[in-house]
Ligand binder design. Sequence first.
Ligand code: KG4
Ligand code: ZN
Length: 330
Amino acid sequence: MEDIITLGIETSCDETSAAIIKNGRQVLSNVINSQVPIHKRYGGVVPEIASRNHVEAISSVVKEALEQANITFKDIDVVACTYGPGLVGALLVGVSYAKALSYALNKPLVGVNHIQGHIAANYITYEKLEPPFLCLIISGGHTHLVHIKDYTEFEILGKTRDDAIGEAFDKVARVIGLEYPGGPKIDKLAKEGEPNIDLPHTHFENSLDFSFSGIKTAVLNLNHKNPNLNKADLCASFEKVATDMLEENTIEAIKKLGINKLALAGGVSASPYIRQRFKDLGEKNNIEIYYPDLVLCTDNAAMIGVAGYYNYIKGNVSELTLNAEPNLKI
Ligand code: KG4
Ligand code: ZN
């Protein structure tokens, strides 16, 4: 069988990334140009600045991905790009670039759902992982519990009704004076503290949905009322209760579906604390736990190339009229 080379492109938020994937699982290159240093001074991603930086970076990032993979444009068989969800102006840069390239090379275009990309990151780290499994996607923009029925077939079991977990991490970090992105900083500071502060644990009856606005607001209020509160204890308590909430729904979903394979995905799954908690949960309940390599947890194009490949072989090819869809659902 001929090799299939997929170019993946990701520009949904603040990373401009391009990757070359061989036969769906083998990463030949994965170039990530992060704008974090640029957005840091504003305490979060500024959409207009993100779009402009994507425009400046996209051509050289794709060129670098080709060079590192030791191939040229002519070797590309499929052009895959994130078309949603994300920031509309940021998404448009990748979508326009991919459309132009697909037209110029006369090769198929595949629009990829960013959340499906995060799930697919696990296929890179675990060569043998195959659906069905359960996936907990925890990132800056999303908190989803999803049944992965097949490579391109998904059922949402639960999602956040308000803030994404990463959004809560970033907001809490900001009010206690930690830099953007807050997740890794909270994780680090939490190690020096004890989870001894009472915080609200939200759980909905007969639902696997999440809510993180209650715990976020509670931390904000506590910190406001009592500026001398031990920040390390606050971080440790926040991280513990937020993870308790993730665990509770996940166990419920596992019991409901009778599936004993659970994958984590998304930026927040880079947290060593959360990884360890789920590892322990797996050992205790006889569940196989998967989580992507650290670099594949946060936004990258390799995961988009992989998801693009599986869509391509299922015949899910896009027209050149493909547009950015900022509120795209799984
Ligand atoms: O997946 P991602 O790069 O972007 C979205 O699709 O949203 O996730 C970014 C989020 C941010 O909220 C960041 O604070 C969080 O992932 N994050 C972490 C860690 N590394 C990144 N949260 C907790 N611990 C980490 N080590
Ligand atoms: Zn993401």
